[in-house]
Each structure stands twice: as structure tokens, then as C-alpha cells.
Ligand binder design. Structure first.
Ligand SMILES: NC(=O)c1ccc[n+]([C@@H]2O[C@H](COP(=O)([O-])OP(=O)(O)OC[C@H]3O[C@@H](n4cnc5c(N)ncnc54)[C@H](OP(=O)(O)O)[C@@H]3O)[C@@H](O)[C@H]2O)c1
Length: 319
């Protein structure tokens, strides 16, 4: 299948995913817009794309089948809105918006314009995460006893000078940058929690660290993310009959299920970003039912993150 992408933003994630995207047969990046034109030109040279002066012109290149938004968090809402108003299918980087209010507006617009909108929550286009969901559904480890889902990276140390991580006006902080993954993971496996209790450590109005207990029927899930220490990344689910371990759960190629006398390892080899673009192109062109990473789930997750921010005192201009 041929599919022509427009890229809005040519920063680090755009460069990373572009390399994988073009390994999908028929996928090309035909048009590009970036705030700093010189960077768009360097990017476009590699992919033989056309550089435009504005996002509006780039998305309206007549060859474009879908738009990928890879700019910083605080710009997602307006670029998504622009795409939807112009009837351009859009795949937007995580977190899709700054809060649930922004996402509700986009979902309404997506319905009104009958235009595709999706959060690039690559973990959940990955069969490993979906296998873990299946194991839980099939009660392979029995009644759930506890869940520990954490994602920590020392981004703060590396990028102190990079304003986007430490500025409320840019929807920065650990929760929006990393926490969206563990919150989504636990939500996808177990749904909306009955209650949430959160604490956090703030710096400059954003959270360096957030730590929550999600209450479910019969067990609690510990959900946490941190940008100022390297403590690792995992999701560990303990049940009465066994345990599921998913190291590096947001991007993993492997999950392990252990029960008495039995060990099962699920592996996946496909490039994760390539798959995300392949699957979204198929959804957009109607070549397979649009089943994964629903907007309702993105909205529920955004509402959970609103609640965590409310409890720890992180406020964004969009609130
Ligand atoms: N899926 C993943 O694994 C993953 C990993 C990393 C990041 N992300 C997400 O991807 C997004 C970008 O992150 P990144 O790490 O690629 O950031 P980055 O390297 O700093 O790049 C940011 C991009 O946004 C553009 N930009 C910044 N402010 C803008 C504004 N006011 N108007 C228009 N464009 C603006 C920048 O343009 P200039 O070139 O002009 O500065 C650049 O193209 C974030 O939402 C992040 O959460 C996802």
C-alpha cells in the first residue's frame, strides 16, 4: 500500500521514526514543515520531501494521505486542530494534548469533520502489550494481587537547558513526558481506577517525580515516573497463580509469564515505530478496522493525568 506522510516538526523523535517509517513498503514523507526552516531542509534532503513555509501549506500538499505531528507538547492541540479543520487524518505524538479539555475539543472536531485522529501511543500498537492484556483477560496469573509500573529516566540531568521539560507553559514534567506510558499501561490492562492517590516533587512548577496508587477491586497499582533519577522502567504484575514481568514495557520486544512449573516468553521482532505508521496508514485507508489506541482511552488517560496533576499541584495554561 502506498502512503504519503506530512511531517510537522523535525526534532529528535521525528528523525528517529522517519528512519523506520520509510522501511514500510510504499511509505514516503512527501511534505515537511518545521518552525526552523533550515532543520526542515536538512531533514527533507534525506527523504526527498518538499519543505513548506507553513504547516497549513504542508498539510495541504495534494499528495498527503496523513499528517504526523512531532512538535513539543504545548503545540499539539493547535496543529491537530489545523489538520482536522482541513480534513487531514492526523497521528499526533504523545501526550496528544495538555489536558482532557483540549482533547475533548479535538474529539468533537474529529467527529464533526469525520477526520481521523490518533495518539501516537506506540506501546499499544505493539503486540507485546496486547499479549499482556490477553494474559490478564484470560486470568493466566489468577486474581491480581499487585501491580508496579514505573518509568524513570534522567532527562532532567541531560536536558536542564532544554526548556520543554521543565516549563509548565510547555506542558513539561515527568507525568506528561514519561508518566503517560505507565498510566496508559495500567489503564489499558485494568481500566479506570476506583480512586487515585498521588504525591510528587515539584521544580519550577513541573513535577520531577510523581507517584500514585491506583485503587482497583482487590488490589492496588503503583504508578510512577521520574525525570531526575535513573531508577529504571518495568511493569510487574503479581497474581495468585503467577507473575508477569515486562521490562522496558513502553517499547519492549518481550514479556514473560511465569506460573508454577511453567514459563512463557512472548517476543516480537518488528520495528515498533515502523509498525505504528503501517497500522495507522491501514486504519486511515480502511484496510483494517480501527481498533487500537482509541480516542476514548486517550481521553480517560488524560483525565487520570489531570487528576494526578491536580493532587500534586502542577498547573498548565490550558487548565
Ligand atoms: N514516541 C516516543 O518515543 C517519543 C520520544 C520522544 C519524544 N516524543 C514526543 O515527541 C514530541 C517532540 O519531542 P522531541 O524529543 O522530538 O523534541 P525536540 O527534539 O525538542 O523537537 C521539538 C520539535 O518541535 C518544534 N517546536 C518547538 N516549539 C515549537 C513551536 N512553538 N511551534 C512549532 N514548532 C515547535 C521544534 O522546532 P525547531 O526545530 O524550530 O526547534 C522541533 O521540530 C513531544 O511531544 C514528545 O513527548 C515521543
Amino acid at each position: 500500500m502506498s502512503f504519503n506522510w506530512c511531517f510537522i516538526g523535525t526534532g529528535q523523535i521525528a528523525k528517529k521514526v522517519a528512519k523506520e517509517l520509510v522501511t514500510n513498503p510504499g511509505h514516503t514523507i512527501v511534505s515537511v514543515f518545521n518552525r526552523t526552516k533550515a532543520k526542515a531542509e536538512a531533514f527533507a534532503k534525506r527523504y526527498n520531501s518538499t519543505v513548506y513555509e507553513s504547516a497549513l501549506e504542508a498539510i495541504n500538499d495534494p499528495r498527503v494521505d496523513g499528517v504526523y505531528i512531532a512538535t513539543t507538547n504545548e503545540t499539539h492541540f493547535s496543529f491537530c486542530k489545523l489538520c482536522l479543520e482541513n480534513h487531514k487524518p492526523v497521528l499526533c505524538e504523545k501526550p496528544i494534548t495538555g489536558n482532557s479539555k483540549e482533547l475533548e475539543e479535538l474529539i468533537k472536531l474529529s467527529k464533526e469533520t469525520n477526520t481521523y485522529l490518533k495518539e501516537a501511543m506506540w506501546t499499544w500498537f505493539n503486540p507485546v502489550a496486547n499479549k499482556v492484556k490477553e494474559w490478564i483477560k484470560e486470568e493466566r496469573i489468577g486474581k491480581i494481587l499487585s501491580v508496579d509500573c514505573i518509568f524513570n529516566m534522567p532527562i532532567f540531568g541531560y536536558n536542564k537547558a532544554k526548556g520543554r521539560y521543565i516549563s509548565p507553559s510547555r506542558y513539561g514534567g515527568a507525568l506528561l513526558d514519561l508518566g503517560v506510558y505507565p498510566v496508559r499501561y495500567v489503564y489499558e490492562l485494568f481500566g479506570k481506577p476506583k480512586s487515585i492517590k498521588s504525591k510528587g516533587k515539584l521544580y519550577n512548577g513541573i513535577d520531577l517525580f510523581n507517584d500514585s496508587i491506583f485503587e482497583y477491586d482487590g488490589f492496588n497499582a503503583h504508578v510512577s515516573s521520574q525525570i531526575n533519577a535513573l531508577v529504571g522502567e518495568h511493569c510487574i504484575i503479581k497474581g495468585e497463580k503467577g507473575i508477569i514481568k515486562v521490562p522496558l514495557f513502553h517499547m519492549t520486544s518481550k514479556a514473560v509469564l511465569k506460573t508454577k512449573g511453567h514459563k512463557e516468553i512472548f517476543k516480537d521482532k518488528e520495528k515498533k515505530f515502523a509498525r505504528q505508521f503501517r497500522v495507522n496508514a491501514e486504519f486511515i485507508k480502511g484496510e483494517q478496522p480501527n481498533t487500537l489506541v482509541s480516542l476514548d482511552s486517550s481521553l480517560d488517560v488524560m483525565k487520570i493525568m489531570d487528576e494526578i496533576r491536580k493532587q500534586i499541584g502542577v498547573i498548565f495554561p490550558c487548565d
